[in-house]
Design a protein around this ligand. Sequence first.
Ligand SMILES: Nc1nc2c(ncn2[C@@H]2O[C@H](COP(=O)(O)OP(=O)(O)OP(=O)(O)O)[C@@H](O)[C@H]2O)c(=O)[nH]1
Ligand SMILES: [Mg+2]
Length: 507
Amino acid sequence: MWSAMSLSSGSSRPMKRTKTEERRNAEMNNHDIYIDWELSGPNPYRPLLTRVITAALAAEGVQVPCGVDVLLTTDEGIREINREQRAIDAATDVLSFPMLELTPGVPPDGTGEDQRDPETGLCPLGDMVISVERAQAQAAEFGHSVQREMAYLAVHSVLHLLGYDHLDEGPQKAQMRAREEAILEGLGVTRDHWNEDLDAPLAGPGTEEVPVKRCGMITLCGRPNVGKSTLTNALVGEKVAIVSSKPQTTRNRICGVLTRGENQFVFLDTPGLHRAANRLGDYMVDVVRKSVADVDAVLLLVEPIPNVGGAERELIDRIKGMKVPAVLVINKIDTVEKAQLLAVMEAYSKVHDFTAIVPISAKRREGLEELLDLLATFLPEGPQLFPRDAVTDQPERQICGEIVREKLLYCLDKEIPHGTAVEVTKFSERDNGIIDLHVTIYCEKASHKGIIIGKQGAMLKKISTMAREDVERFMGTKVYLETWVKVKENWRDNLNLIRSFGFDNRE
Ligand SMILES: Nc1nc2c(ncn2[C@@H]2O[C@H](COP(=O)(O)OP(=O)(O)OP(=O)(O)O)[C@@H](O)[C@H]2O)c(=O)[nH]1
Ligand SMILES: [Mg+2]
């Protein structure tokens, strides 16, 4: 999965110390963990990595104060280092450069040769380099949080710095894996549990949060399935909107919040603009229209095809009447050759003079930093609308219902999931933290009910299991999920029923 290297003792890859970072801190047991961040914006992983590295050193029995240099960089950044240091011209997730030749399980005690830097008094363990982009991509691939992935990579690297290796693919590798698992478990980080405390800001000098000075609303609009929700989630760094390969997944305006330094971005993910075939469709289209008014910037997301479609033309017409910046975001660039992008840009430039055109891959998180840098320039001065750590305004109960709907979209074919609505009838927490979640799935026909339940209940069981696992991950606790399926004929054309499911656009 990843490569790492053990250089012989004395290797000293120069780390860039261009940015200032707070160094020592009481939480670090007097280790000097220097974290350099080469990406734009503030570094959200410093508290996490500081704690994880400190915990990994403690778990390995290291008692002397140590120095560890960490570089968090991009795929290109790690590739450059890999090329320079190892003559391997490829990006990877983590690289480790131990300073000392240590034996696994025998921690440095500051007495050995080279184990005490005369200047600092620290035991210099070496450098680790992590590609944040790769960590994000791997987290998405494995279906767990970026924090978990970062923690995993950091623990892996600390073990390398302490002499562990896995080049034999045999017992040494097994020993290293066992230590990784034990350390992560000790931190409360397992495959399906994330310890939120690890992300809390570090106490101590230099860690005060800067107040938010600029805050603005940015709408993401476009045709169905173009990747608006994928982008919202990628920008916010959490899954706030459900995603599926089927069009018309998003039914409501979903708000995603990102606070970085002095800037707070409030993203409005909208339903895809389509020709409404029922009253629910009318509602969704109305949500798009309303979300494109009274905002500070609009992002028009398009597929990377050199053809301006009806939905795009309608949205451009709307944007033309507004006085705010409009950015053309060409998504899914991972699916086309670069040459085609020029044709896409040209086709859209003929229709509207966009403030900027930004090609991205929301799925691979490419181009997002550039997009955020641009969007930051559109934010008006003003106080924050949400607390710093907020990612959405949706209540947990609502997100749980949406997760169930995502599994319906994933498991069921054709029109059936589009004719479903999910109502959460119970959402309560017991004294021991377990959550009871009761959900009713409404569908339009008795025949659909049969399909949703499946042979001997197999389909409903599959949907419920997938939903429960996701809800447990999201809530960070055990969940008892009970699901029922009911028929409400043609509910999508019944205004009262639509409203009762929470789709209400009356002013
Ligand atoms: N290859 C590729 N696929 C992407 C990218 N972004 C999104 N997708 C996929 O496109 C599909 C639709 O993504 P969504 O985020 O649900 O799209 P949406 O625009 O919110 O769709 P609606 O809610 O239906 O309007 C999913 O299968 C995504 O995985 C991308 O950058 N590259
Ligand atoms: Mg969506």
